[in-house]
Ligand binder design. Structure first.
Ligand code: ADP
Length: 263
């Protein structure tokens, strides 16, 4: 339970925001952004005021996953430029993907990337939020370290698949948060299993039990395992999050359950 966590650093930068949660992974492609988006939608469905910062600066996928192609409104305030967040499915968000040409690569040095994310906190009109979620870039490099030291985080959630190569890097991500004293709120295992729609048979495509194993080993909560479902990929590509579109699916139920464990 992370509610009503007071952090002076956060209150200075994001005074209207109650909780800040980073969604992180060791490796790319494990479903971190999909989890961040569906988690945000799940929290909003339960009535929370939710914002999402796409901090995955070199691979911003939040605008696509939330089905928004608009540009944010920018206006001149007294002595700074302010930006209104975009919004869909009850989630306010900002992403570098809506500010730059999405067909051109973002070629930035670390400090520029960190600077952009700081601006996402300081220059965007977030207003009052119960949760501000950060979709972090994958890995434990310089950018991630700078970010987790500057973003005033309430806590972090680690996404991994059950596969050993993913677990090795998830463990490193977890240790990075430990080192900078950011509480790890738990581990989510994505792509845990696949249930064949025709036979109902369960397949552990990437192995099983890995997420739970590293949670036990590093003494953090195991938040749950999410199945592989082609509709998750379709929902992501079409900008209609599964939690919103298929509320009765196993996936949506598990995501709602995970989001409630965080509140
Ligand atoms: P990351 O942010 O870790 O790089 P993404 O969230 O972009 O990963 O997911 C990578 C790809 O896998 C996307 O195409 C996404 O739609 C798909 N995906 C993620 N989770 C699942 C899942 N549980 N079942 C099926 N496809 C998934």
């Amino acid at each position: 339970n992370i509610s009503k966590h007071n952090d002076p650093k956060k209150d200075a930068i994001l005074p209207g925001v109650k909780n800040t949660i980073a969604v992180a992974s060791g490796k790319g492609g494990v479903g971190k952004s999909t989890v961040a988006v569906n988690l945000a939608v799940a929290l909003a469905k339960d009535g929370a005021k939710v914002g999402l910062i796409d901090a995955d600066i070199y691979g911003p996928s939040v605008p696509l996953m939330l089905g928004v192609k608009d540009k944010p409104k920018v206006y001149q305030a007294e002595n700074s430029v302010r930006m209104l967040p975009l919004e869909n499915y009850g989630v306010k968000f900002i992403s570098i993907g809506v500010l730059v040409d999405d067909k051109a690569p973002i070629i930035w040095r670390g400090p520029m990337a960190s600077g952009a994310i700081k601006q996402f906190m300081t220059d965007v009109e977030w207003g009052e939020l119960d949760y501000l979620i950060f979709d972090l870039p994958p890995g434990t490099g310089d950018i991630q370290l700078t970010l987790v030291q500057t973003i005033p985080l309430t806590g972090a959630v680690i996404v991994t698949t059950p596969q050993e190569v993913s677990l090795i890097d998830a463990r490193k991500a977890l240790m990075m948060f430990n080192r900078v004293n950011v509480p790890v709120l738990g581990v989510i295992e994505n792509m845990s299993y696949f249930i064949a729609p025709d036979t109902g048979k369960k397949y552990d495509i990437f192995g099983s039990g890995g997420g739970e194993r590293i949670s036990n080993e590093l003494k953090v909560e195991f938040l749950g395992g999410i199945p592989i479902d082609p509709r998750i990929r379709e929902g992501g590509d079409n900008g209609i999050p599964m939690v919103y579109d298929q509320p009765d699916s196993e996936y949506a139920k598990i995501m709602m359950d995970i989001s409630r464990k965080l509140t």
